[in-house]
Design a protein around this ligand. Structure first.
Ligand code: PEP
Ligand code: MG
Length: 324
């Protein structure tokens, strides 16, 4: 009975929660939504999301046989941007390949597509594919009259080296776009000090960062115990990324599923993550949890998780600290 009453109370707290998100003592964490099209953006705009932290553009083209023209792409991007006319939207360049095959961009018959020519790597052999997309994003921004009150940021998926980051940032700068990279390859987390100087922001993709850190396919149900973002190895890479973000004054967000877990969100805030982007349905739960804690408690939870022996232990220790 006590458990039922408690979960009813929690549901009420979540329903009543209003953003912007902050801890009890006023430490701000920006909560953003992950979307894949105009419809998802419309739904997100009815939540407490402060903007969009990940627009998965490849999802718009999963059934397209040919590459849409710059004009056609601009129309697709506008449908998302116009739902957040006064807030930040982070657009990700095509993350084609592996679990998200796009007919006009994915390489056929690779032995290991998750380790293959996916994400930004596709554009190495086909730079015009990327520059046409960047042109389309710039066109959408211009036609909607978006300005610094509605910043549009662009980030590349699957960046592994500083050279890739520099190349992408250069193409964005030519079009007046703010450039960032996803940190989802362990090498990128480890080389954050060399990658960040080329960029304005990074966003940690915990789904792939976990897959590649643990060498475990994110689609495999048998390996779910490894593809768990509570794995301390993953949290240590996030910790390192946040430290370098602070040192180089680069904004660090998280846009993987980890950002949807209220307890893990507190750990991420404690590690120094500035923004969390998740499915818009998860935002109120995360916001309500953050509002119940002081920032110091988030830092303690983060320390406990980092120093745990494994994912199960990390989750349990943090539960003991945050929900005594
Ligand atoms: C991720 O890898 O965590 C991420 C957000 O990107 P996607 O899930 O689209 O690969
Ligand atoms: Mg990813």
């Amino acid at each position: 009975v006590a458990a039922v009453a408690e979960s009813k109370l929690l549901a009420e707290r979540i329903a009543q929660w209003r953003g912007p998100a902050e801890t009890k003592d006023g430490h701000r964490v920006q909560l953003l939504a992950n979307v894949q099209d105009g419809n998802a953006a419309r739904i997100a705009s009815d939540t407490q999301a402060e903007g969009i932290g990940l627009f998965r553009t490849e999802m718009c083209f999963l059934s397209a046989l040919e590459e849409p023209s710059v004009d056609e792409q601009a129309e697709v991007y506008k449908k998302v941007l116009e739902r957040f006319p006064n807030s930040k939207v982070v657009v990700r360049s095509l993350d084609a390949g592996s679990d998200k095959p796009v007919a006009f961009a994915t390489m056929a018959d690779e032995m290991n597509p998750a380790l293959g020519v996916r994400g930004l790597r596709v554009a190495r052999a086909n730079e015009p594919l990327l520059t046409r997309q960047l042109d389309a994003i710039a066109k959408a921004v211009k036609e909607l009259g978006r300005d610094e009150n509605a910043p549009t940021w662009v980030m590349a998926p699957m960046v592994a080296t500083a050279r890739e980051a520099k190349w992408f940032a250069g193409l964005c700068a030519e079009r007046g776009l703010v450039a960032g990279a996803m940190i989802e390859v362990p090498a990128a987390a480890l080389m954050a000090d060399k990658i960040m100087p080329h960029l304005d922001f990074v966003s940690i993709g915990t789904n792939d960062l976990t897959q590649y850190t643990m060498a475990a396919d994110r689609m495999s149900p048998q390996l779910a115990y490894l593809t768990d973002p509570w794995q301390p190895a993953v949290l240590r890479l996030i910790q390192h990324t946040c430290e370098e973000g602070k040192r180089t004054n680069t904004a660090v967000g998280v846009c993987g599923e980890a950002a949807a877990d209220p307890l893990l969100a507190c750990v991420l805030a404690g590690l120094g993550v500035n923004s969390l982007s998740s499915a818009s349905t998860a935002i109120a739960g995360v916001g309500a949890q953050l509002s119940a804690l002081d920032f110091d408690t988030c830092v303690k939870a983060a320390e406990a998780a980092i120093n745990a022996e494994g994912a199960t232990e990390a989750r349990q220790k943090v539960r003991d600290i945050l929900q005594p």
